[in-house]
Design a protein around this ligand. Structure first.
Ligand code: FAD
Length: 467
């Protein structure tokens, strides 16, 4: 098994063109910091909306090589978080946002078709299954919130037999099926959006970490090791690094991590499981386990149980963590014991920008010249298209439905996490306790009272962990 930070998808997508480092003094109309899905979609919508704008996208490393090119490829709407949306924004606004997020899933597919991007887009739905008695019915609160909002075309609850008809894992119990979801090969999608941006004339810079952002009257200037860029407006879409100390948004995000493995092609196992509909599946744990198939018959399997990064430092165990990969493999074999002797080709990981609400936020910084988006908490692939469109609308000052979405908030309105070192120490303690509790639940043991009590802390202080 090859265990490296960039993982399978980027390798599978093949060699990519490199783009120049930002050098000297650059004058632009809009600066976009970060070449993940949020930055790429923002640049794409900016240039599509106003082809005359000089848009520069500045990436610290390689475009699409961060979490956006390494994730599970679940393109989800936000229905699974509907109760959280109602709690934060009220029923009407939650409904508007959820409907737009659902449209975003379709629009990703439409983009692939229109731009001939072979990102393996498959509108296959999302199945949320219980794998332990403690998880049974964990979706009821969410479905109730949907019914109360008058949604009649919502998800479908499935009996254990119906779940087995979709995927016959011996570990699966009952579940719920959300229709508005797809899967993609995430790196192919990121590179496809990059190429569409290039075609529209977005100026792309790689190897150019932004080390300073100065938001002064009249313009925003960003500094990189070899140059500076100045523009009337800027979008900060540098994902998990917005959590680092010194960032004005650091108190609103924790840097967690998620890790994955992918099997060798096992089409006969997929056939035996009856899992031929391509459904994206996850369990109902707070430290979520998620899995999907690929067109060549592999199973990609991930676990959101990675460590919290101290001080939001990257390029450590958020990316490569042999212990957590062992946990991923245990999970894979627990749900799919028939894979016991099959090869795993790759293992990898990446940082996750986790917000206390578990929801993405779009923030207009006080000057009105700079905007930021973050906090997807493991559900960014589908929503980032809508978020990028929203950021473009804010920059272009369009009077459209995106500009009135409720997740556009002021930085002061955001729910805050405690400062370091309490964020890391507390986060790590809670993560360990949730891990012990869920492992006991999965193996039919009783949960020790200390772990049970610590695992309840997030709920008591109003933080949302899990889907
Ligand atoms: C293993 C894993 C599995 C996941 N599975 C799923 C899934 O199945 N479905 C789903 O919806 N979500 C999933 N996620 C989350 C998803 O990948 C993210 O929500 C999404 O990629 C966020 O996109 P982004 O553009 O906001 O951030 P990123 O993809 O992190 O992009 C930010 C970019 O900014 C760059 N950058 C950082 N600092 C600077 C700087 N100072 N200057 C310039 N550039 C900078 C980074 O290099 C990076 O390329 C997963 C994440 C991981 C790690």
């Amino acid at each position: 098994m090859i265990h490296k930070a960039f993982g399978y998808w980027i390798e599978e997508a093949g060699p990519q063109p490199e783009f120049p480092v930002l050098e000297g003094e650059q004058e632009l109309d809009v600066i976009v910091v970060g070449g993940g899905f949020t930055g790429l979609w923002t640049a794409f919508h900016l240039k599509s909306g106003d082809p005359g704008l000089e848009v520069g996208l500045i990436e610290s490393h390689r475009i699409g090589h961060g979490p956006s090119g390494r994730n599970g490829g679940f393109v989800d709407a936000m229905w699974v978080s509907f109760a959280s949306l109602v709690k934060r924004y009220g029923s009407e606004a939650a409904l508007r946002l959820a409907r737009m997020a659902e449209a975003s899933v379709r629009e990703v597919g439409e983009f692939c078709e229109a731009h001939e991007v072979d990102a393996w887009y498959r509108h296959s739905g999302y199945l949320n299954v219980s794998t332990a008695p403690a998880q049974d019915g964990s979706w009821e609160g969410n479905l109730k919130a949907m019914r109360e909002a008058g949604i009649i075309d919502g998800p479908r609850e499935l009996t254990p037999t119906e779940v087995q008809e979709i995927c016959a894992s011996p570990a699966f119990r009952a579940g719920v099926h959300y229709g508005a979801a797809a899967t993609v090969q995430p790196a192919r999608l990121a590179f496809g959006i990059r190429e569409a941006c290039r075609g529209l004339g977005v100026r792309l810079f790689e190897g150019s970490p932004v080390t300073k952002v100065e938001d002064r009257p009249g313009s925003v200037t960003v500094t990189t090791p070899y140059g500076r860029a100045r523009a009337a407006k800027a979008v900060l879409s540098n994902g998990p690094t917005l959590a680092s100390q010194g960032s004005p948004l650091s108190g609103a995000i924790t840097l967690a991590s998620s890790h994955m493995v992918i099997t060798e092609p096992v089409p006969e196992v997929i056939e035996e499981l009856g899992w031929t509909g391509g459904e994206a599946i996850s369990d109902c744990r707070a430290l979520l386990t998620y899995f999907r198939t690929t067109p060549d018959g592999r199973i990609a399997f991930g676990w959101g149980g990675g460590r919290i990064a101290a001080g939001a430092r990257r390029f450590g165990r958020a990316e490569l963590d042999a212990d957590v990969i062992n946990g991923v493999i245990t999970g894979l074999r627990r749900y799919f014991p028939m894979l016991e002797k099959r090869e795993l080709d790759y293992a990898w990981g990446g940082p996750i920008d986790a917000s206390p609400t578990h929801l993405p936020h779009v923030v207009a910084l006080p000057s009105g010249r700079a905007f930021a988006a973050f906090g997807y908490t493991g559900n960014g692939v589908g929503p980032s298209q809508m978020v990028g469109r929203t950021l473009a609308s804010l920059v272009l000052e369009l009077d459209d439905e995106y500009r009135s979405l409720p997740f556009i908030e002021s930085a002061e309105a955001l729910t805050r996490v405690p400062p370091e070192p309490f964020r890391w120490v507390g986060g790590a303690m809670i993560r360990e306790a949730i891990g012990r509790k869920e492992e006991a639940e999965l193996t039919g043991r009783s949960v020790d009272p200390v772990s049970a009590a610590v695992a309840r802390i997030p709920q008591l202080i109003g933080f949302h962990i899990g889907r």
